[in-house]
Design a protein around this ligand. Sequence first.
Ligand code: TYD
Length: 204
Amino acid sequence: MTGRGKFITLEGIDGAGKSTHLAWLVDFLRSRGRTVVQTREPGGTPLGEKLRELLLSEPMHLETEALLMFAARREHLERVIWPALERGDWVVCDRFTDASFAYQGGGRGLSHDKIQQLENWVQGGFQPDLTLLFDLPVEIAMQRIAGAARQLDRFEQEQRDFHERVRAAYLDRARQMPERVKVIDARMNCARIQNELENIFSTY
Ligand code: TYD
C-alpha cells in the first residue's frame, strides 16, 4: 500500500519500562514531522477500554482471556489502527498480538495453534511494520513493579515463573522474526535507549 503509514508496536514484560520509552518515541516521531496516533492494547477504543478493565481485574478462563484480547483487537483495528494507517498516519501501539503469544501462550500455556487461529481470523496477514521488544531480566522487572506506588493488575501479580515464560516467549518471537522484532536491552539508561531508538528510526 503506497502512502500507508507505519504501524509500530512496543512490547516487553511488565516493568520493562516501555511506557516511558513510548512517550519519548511519540514525541520524537512528531518532532520529525510525523502525524502519530498513540494507542494501546488491550484498549484503544471505548469498548476496548471496558474490556481492558475486565481483563486486568477479573479472574477468567485462559481461553476467555485470549478471546477478549482478540475481541478488543478486532474493534481497535477496525476503528482506530486501519483508518489511521490509511490516512498515512503512523500508529504507535503499546502492545499488540505478540503480547497474546507471550502472555496467553507463554505465560498461561494456551497453544500456539489456537492463538494463531485467532490472529488469522482477526487480522488476516496484517502485522506491525516494526516491533520494539524491551527486554530485561525478570528479577529487575519485578523489583521495579514492586516499587510502584499503585495497585498491581492481574498480570503484574503473577509469580516470577509466569514472567520468565512470558519473557522467553517474547525472545522466541524475536528470534523467529528478526526483521520485524528488534530487541532493546531495557537495562540501559534512558539516554542510551533513546540513542538506539534514534538509530533504528534513522533508516525509516
Ligand atoms: P500494560 O501494557 O503493562 O499496561 P500498564 O503499563 O498500564 O501496566 O498492561 C497490559 C497487560 O495486558 C499486560 O500485563 C499484558 C497483558 N496483555 C496480554 O496478556 N495479552 C495481550 O494480548 C495484551 C495486548 C496485553
